[in-house]
Write a protein that binds this ligand. Structure first.
Ligand code: PLP
Ligand code: COI
Length: 341
């Protein structure tokens, strides 16, 4: 789509084709240098490992336009590291972290015309993807891989935006079990989350909250974001013990809460029952796509806890403003999280 034809002020989170993608191929134990190509289809063997056995991983990042018109990335090396952690879990080759960040910058520059303006609140979403392309029939890793980085201009992930979302706790489905792939950003984790999301949306909820697969009691995360609650004035979030994605936004929020707000933070098991007690005053979720999204209400079967009717809680607003302030360079980048493109 021509960059000039896009209405950047009414974007959702839908695919829009941009101009260029970055492609690098892995063969005989090495990655080639990689290069930009016009966005488009490529051929793949029907026996490719990713098509048959789901050997694929990805990342999600954003390039933002600042008030001054600069283009910036948020903690891109963290994504590069997590990408390699996910690769390790699926026996895929690592990609040099500096080369990863350089390739991301290259593809952002090539699609600069598609970065939504500062005042639209949108972003150029960046999707690094690695797939096992080598043909395989026994269940084992491919010998050949492809890294692709493409971009999409996006608005808010949840159409409700900062007004907040209604969530349902699911006891029917789980997302990840101990020893599984929950802590990695593997494509298959998301395939399995589509049915729970569809069913809950049909009931009027924006997403599900997944519980731990062993006890069906402790909160893991929201389908595409990490979970936070303010309980007795402490910021609480489920600990990363192998079944949740260690979110980069999550890690940043924990740091902002303790260093900028002086709030006590805890990474621990969080029972869903705590959400129905008066001591729990605010809940929200976080992620690259979700940023900080307030949770208006949480339901389980016929029980419902309403946290807000439209105005997000005071802490949720504060943490959102602190985070987005740094991300868009409206505030000083005092933690060194921003990289200019
Ligand atoms: N949890 C899941 C399942 C996700 O897909 C995401 C998004 O990447 C997150 C959490 C949040 O991670 P991050 O803050 O690094 O985007
Ligand atoms: C992200 O926040 O970047 C995600 O990956 C969530 C979703 C779009 C898969």
């Amino acid at each position: 789509m021509d960059a000039k034809e896009i209405d950047y002020y009414s974007l959702g989170f839908d695919f829009i084709e941009t101009k260029e993608m970055f492609v690098s191929n892995y063969e005989d134990g090495n990655w080639d240098k990689g290069k930009l190509k016009p966005f488009g289809n490529f051929e793949i063997s029907p026996a490719a490992c990713v098509l048959n056995y789901g050997q694929g991983i990805f990342e999600g990042m954003k390039a933002l336009r600042t008030r001054k018109g600069e283009t910036v990335l948020f903690r891109p090396k963290e994504n590069a590291r997590r990408f390699n952690d996910s690769a390790d879990r699926l026996l895929m080759p690592n990609y040099n972290t500096n080369d990863f960040v350089s390739a991301v910058k290259e593809v952002v520059k090539a699609n600069e015309d598609y970065i939504p303006p500062y005042d639209s609140g949108g972003a150029l979403y960046i999707r690094p993807l690695m797939i096992g392309t080598g043909p395989i029939v026994g269940v084992k890793p491919a010998k050949e891989y492809k890294l692709i980085i493409f971009t999409v201009p996006v608005g808010p992930y949840f159409p409700e935006g900062f007004k907040g979302i209604d969530l349902e706790i699911t006891k029917k489905y789980t997302r990840a079990a101990p020893g599984g792939t929950g802590a990695s950003k593997t494509c298959c984790n998301y395939a399995g989350s589509m049915l729970p999301a569809k069913e809950t949306k049909e009931k009027g909820f924006a997403q599900v909250i997944f519980l731990d697969a062993v006890h069906m009691e402790f909160i893991d995360e929201v389908g595409t974001a990490n979970f936070f609650a303010v309980i007795n004035g402490t910021l609480v979030t489920p600990k990363t013990a192998g079944t949740i994605l260690p979110g980069i936004t999550r890690k940043s929020i924990l740091e902002l809460a303790s260093k900028k707000i002086g709030m006590k933070t805890e990474e621990r098991d969080v029972s869903y029952k705590e959400l129905f007690e008066d001591s729990c005053t605010e809940v929200f979720c976080s992620g690259t796509a979700a940023v900080v999204t307030p949770i208006k209400s949480v339901a389980l079967d016929d029980k419902k806890r309403i946290f807000s009717e439209g105005e997000p809680g005071e802490f949720t607003r504060k943490i959102y403003e602190l985070l987005i302030g740094i991300q868009r360079l409206d505030a000083e980048d005092e933690f060194g999280w921003i990289e200019k493109v």
